[in-house]
Design a protein around this ligand. Structure first.
Ligand SMILES: Cc1cc2nc3c(=O)[nH]c(=O)nc-3n(C[C@H](O)[C@H](O)[C@H](O)COP(=O)(O)OP(=O)(O)OC[C@H]3O[C@@H](n4cnc5c(N)ncnc54)[C@H](O)[C@@H]3O)c2cc1C
Length: 509
């Protein structure tokens, strides 16, 4: 009972009483006269709870490290270099977010928004402070025009897909509808944003249009999105067809050749929404040779899909399975559902590619088998992942029109291995990741390494230009906007365009 009282602030009377007696004179001086935030070096987490809690709307929650739910609230996909979260604040209303940000500013605390905790760049490991957990902000409302929907900033894939599908709609993302409708960024109409100083702004074509450009590809550097309006589209099919294959390694060259052919330099069939592959040690099939597992998903009838997949059907498989499911269920046979998201300390490297270099793929495969034999403990979790989406919709958008710079890339590949707790396998794991990365890039000698921003790892060899673009005007423009909208670089923990230059202050426990 005490824990619940402590965490949930749920009564207007209580709220007013606390605000009236707040020991912190938040607004005694107009904010624009405050050059630098007040520094309160000895403030404890429980003091923060007592000061901030009453300022928030009913049902907002505050979690302290002593709370039994602490580990759950702070769960992350990658625990290799996690942020150091000292207190978690869960706003119940969008209007709570600017209050939390201003409170942090007034006390010189760093803040970090979190949605589902899949961000895996090691730059997150430089963070210490207040986590603004958006898990309660998940409302989704279809607008009257039926052409767009308003999503709160904590909405996440499964809810978005399920909610829209049930009402007869879909939306896009770097995912299965990309071939038809482009990236999430390409579908943004409007964003409600809390800036680093706690001000709330509307970002759209007529309001802060310069920031709209930057938010479409580098948004985490500029503000916290409390809600956003995105285009939606009527669903056109009732089921998606999937076809999965297990192949032995001797088919590797043929498989990648066919993948290149079907991708056809970006001209792959738009309804063939995804082709994902994994190369891994499947002990039940072979203890020494990694196998290839590939899964294809098509928005439409099995007969149409199988016609497109004919070249893959001709590659002799160890086993195959296929079926037809509503769109929200396609994640299960494709192994991208929530059950496939295990939390661990992952060493990762990632690349974007135009075409697969078959020789390089064989070298990466051979390296995989060699390392799997050398490090059996890593072999259990190591995987080469391949993601191919239809890209027509994404490539139809002019490159300079958004901050996303890699519209000419067709494939995403990455290596990941989980470093077992307490093991000394961190260095071999990182070397394995780097060696795979080197081979992928050596396989396209006329191109510079390219990284999808949401897959950026923070590895030292991953240049900022590889993420935000090599054209010098891109980073210049982003940094100019950074100077305008976040001059104190408060948003610098997730793939930052301006790196941190100072140690953040600790909150005392
Ligand atoms: C297993 C796995 C599968 C993936 N598959 C795909 C995929 O199919 N397609 C794809 O595009 N990406 C994919 N990704 C990458 C994914 O998009 C990124 O990891 C993304 O950062 C995850 O968002 P999150 O909310 O879970 O992470 P978080 O760690 O919660 O957030 C990531 C960053 O965004 C910031 N942020 C979160 N919410 C907001 C907000 N409302 N306003 C402003 N900033 C905010 C956070 O501060 C943080 O720095 C995958 C990642 C993993 C680990």
């Amino acid at each position: 009972m005490a824990a619940i009282y402590r965490r949930i602030f749920c009564g207007i009377a209580l709220l007013q009483a606390f605000v009236a007696s707040s020991p912190l004179p938040l607004d005694t001086m107009p904010r624009y006269f405050q050059n630098t935030p007040i520094t309160r070096r000895q403030v404890s987490v429980s003091q923060i709870e007592h000061e901030l809690g009453p300022l928030l709307s009913p049902n907002s929650a505050i979690f302290l490290p002593s709370d039994p739910e602490w580990a759950n609230v702070n769960e992350r996909w990658n625990t290799l270099a996690p942020p150091d979260i000292e207190i978690v604040v869960q706003p119940a209303e969008e209007s709570d977010v600017p209050i939390i940000v201003r409170y942090c500013n007034d006390n010189s605390f760093e803040f970090l928004a979190v949605n589902r905790g899949h961000g895996f760049t090691t730059s997150l490991g430089t963070f210490k402070g207040v986590q603004i957990d958006l898990k309660q902000l998940t409302a989704i409302n279809i607008e009257k025009d039926r052409k767009s929907a308003l999503f709160q900033g904590g909405a996440w894939a499964r809810e978005v897909i399920g909610t829209l599908w049930d009402r007869g709609y879909v939306t896009s993302g770097h995912g299965r509808y990309e071939g038809l409708y482009g990236l999430v960024a390409d579908n943004i109409i409007h964003l409600n944003v809390v800036l680093a100083d706690g001000s709330v702004i509307s970002v759209n074509k007529t309001s802060h249009n310069d920031l709209l450009w930057a938010m479409k590809g580098a948004g985490h550097n500029f503000g916290i999105v409390t809600s956003f309006k995105l285009k939606i589209y009527p669903k056109k099919v009732e089921t998606w067809h999937y076809h999965n294959y297990f192949w032995t390694q001797d088919k590797l060259e043929t498989v990648f050749e066919e993948l290149n052919k079907i991708q056809d330099h970006g001209k792959s069939p738009v309804l063939l929404g995804s082709s994902y592959g994994q190369i891994y040690m499947n002990q039940s099939l072979s203890k020494t040779e990694a196998i290839l597992w590939w899964t294809f998903a098509y928005a439409g009838a099995a007969s149409e899909a199988e016609n497109i997949l004919r070249p893959f059907n001709q590659i002799e498989a160890i086993s195959e399975e296929m079926g037809d499911v509503p769109y929200p269920d396609i994640v299960t046979p494709q192994n991208t559902d929530i059950a496939s998201c295990g939390s661990a300390a992952y060493a990762i490297s990632t690349v974007l590619l135009q075409t697969y270099n078959i020789t390089a793929q064989r070298q990466i495969y051979d390296l995989f088998n060699r390392n799997a034999a050398l490090y059996p403990e890593l072999a259990e979790t190591s995987r080469l992942y391949y993601e191919g989406y239809a890209v027509k919709g994404m490539q139809a958008v002019a490159s300079a029109s958004t901050a996303y710079p890699h519209r000419d890339e067709n494939h995403l590949a990455f290596f990941a291995t989980a470093v077992p707790k307490g093991s000394d396998l961190s260095d071999p794991a990182k070397t394995w990741a780097k060696d795979s990365w080197d081979l992928w890039n050596a396989g396209q000698p006329t191109r510079k390494p390219a990284t999808y921003v949401n897959y950026a790892t923070g590895n030292q060899y991953e240049l900022l230009e590889s993420i935000y673009g090599y054209e010098s005007w891109r980073l210049e423009r982003l940094r100019g906007l950074k100077n305008k909208y976040d001059p104190n670089n408060r948003f610098r923990f997730f793939v930052p365009i301006v790196a941190a230059d100072e140690e953040p202050k600790r909150i005392h426990g």
